[in-house]
Design a protein around this ligand. Structure first.
Ligand SMILES: Cc1ncc(COP(=O)(O)O)c(C=O)c1O
Length: 402
């Protein structure tokens, strides 16, 4: 940060203005979907960027990229402006590097985020939509084709195949056999949207160990330019007839983050592990509480060998439930518990599915249909604890009592 004394005065005002600890627990009578997880350090860093005049992607984005790659234990992190942009960049890079040919099939779970499906088709691949596992609500198992392992709502997916791509957009700090998700396959994406475990306001990233893949991602995020590629000199020598400042090697997008996003992010990473530990504890405690009620409702605890990052607590009503999901959610909301459907439910049943080129379904989608009709989740956060567990337990008990 700047050594200008006026900056110190601004930092002091920001610290006093945001005096309330962003990591303080929220009131006991509410269970919101998400709680903002930033404080004075992020705001002061963002103001520092604004005052410096350097607002476009620069050294703070680079510092965040290095820190996030180091946290995950991978070589490269390429930051972009959202998790959906990261998906698009990752999947286009898969095609540009020849790992998959245009039209090749990618296994995509039916219960995922909408842009998992859309970006697959937008990248020129064929989404093959399959059912999810009844115990994790993730795509699982061993596939004969490349698979997009979506770690839904923070629950790690162990799916494998000849090529594994991960969507860890809601699974920051989740682990499989002790290793953070995001380094299992060729590449992985993250979202840093406001409500996620780690936020840069809007934001996302592609991470990979592969040098060539990372070069393609850097080109794809910024117009297709060679500027950020490690082999930039080679491209410039190979094309002496083109002005090197406007030399394009990828059929790219412009999905760069701003420097403000980097400014936010660098202060978030050190807090992640403690925040995820609280989410994990809540997750197990809330599963136990809900299970003990004996309602026609099931929970999804952490799977063996994994550490759940618990974006939220998913629940599935039994088909025999006397309450529909809409009735139950209305009653929970009236008691201060916010609810949402589990992503888009079965994405095949969304009207947008008709606009996804080439997409096709393989096998039946029994679990996805159940999730579509009877699944919902409530939020989890570093700011929640026992009080929210008690609230959830009481709200569910009362909701079923009438
Ligand atoms: C699994 C998953 N993938 C992708 C995304 C998209 O991320 P973004 O909202 O940053 O575009 C989300 C968003 O929550 C998500 O949960």
């Amino acid at each position: 940060m700047s050594s200008d004394p006026r900056q110190a005065a601004i930092d002091d005002i920001v610290a006093r203005y945001l005096e309330v600890d962003p990591y303080a627990p929220v009131p006991d009578d509410r269970l919101p979907l998400a709680v903002p997880g930033f404080g004075a350090a992020e705001v002061a860093e963002a103001i520092d960027s604004l005052l410096s005049g350097w607002l476009t992607m620069g050294r703070k984005v680079q510092a965040f990229e290095r820190a996030w790659a180091d946290y995950l234990g991978v070589k490269h992190c390429v930051m972009v402006n959202s998790g959906s942009s990261a998906l698009l960049v990752m999947l286009r890079a898969v095609v540009e590097t020849g790992r998959m040919a245009p039209g090749d099939e990618l296994i995509v779970p039916a219960v995922a985020w909408s842009t998992d499906l859309f970006a697959t088709a937008q990248a020129g691949l064929t989404p093959v939509v399959v059912d999810v596992d009844p115990d994790t609500l993730n795509v699982e198992g061993e596939w004969d084709r490349p698979v997009l392992a979506v770690h839904l709502l923070g629950q790690p997916s162990r799916a494998t195949g000849p090529l594994v791509l991960e969507d860890a957009c809601g699974a920051h700090g989740a682990r499989i056999d002790g290793r953070a998700v995001g380094g299992r396959g060729l590449a992985s994406v993250f979202s840093f949207f406001f409500s996620h475990h780690l936020t840069t306001i809007e934001g996302g990233a592609v991470v990979t160990d592969d040098d060539e893949f990372a070069d393609h991602c850097r080109g794809l995020r910024a117009h297709g330019w060679v500027r950020e590629r490690s082999d930039r000199a080679w491209w410039e020598q190979a094309h002496p007839e083109i002005d090197p400042r406007f030399l394009f090697a990828s059929a790219g997008f412009n999905v760069r983050p701003t420097e403000i996003a980097g400014a936010f992010g660098i202060h978030q990473i050190p807090r992640l592990d403690s925040a995820v530990a609280i989410r994990r504890r809540n997750h197990q405690d809330w599963c136990d509480r809900v299970d003990a009620l004996g309602l026609p409702l099931r929970t999804f605890p952490e799977a063996p060998g994994t550490e759940h990052a618990s974006f939220g607590l998913s629940m599935l009503l039994d088909a025999s439930s006397p309450l529909t999901r809409a009735q139950l959610c209305e009653r929970l909301e009236a008691r201060g518990v916010q609810t949402r459907a589990i992503s888009g439910g079965n994405l095949v049943r969304q009207p947008a599915f008709a606009h996804v080129p080439r997409a096709r379904v393989e096998g039946d989608l029994t679990v996805a249909d159940a999730v579509h009709e009877r699944g919902f989740f409530v939020g989890n956060s570093h700011a929640f604890g026992d009080a929210q567990g008690q609230l959830l337990e009481a709200a569910l008990r009362d909701a079923f009592a009438g």
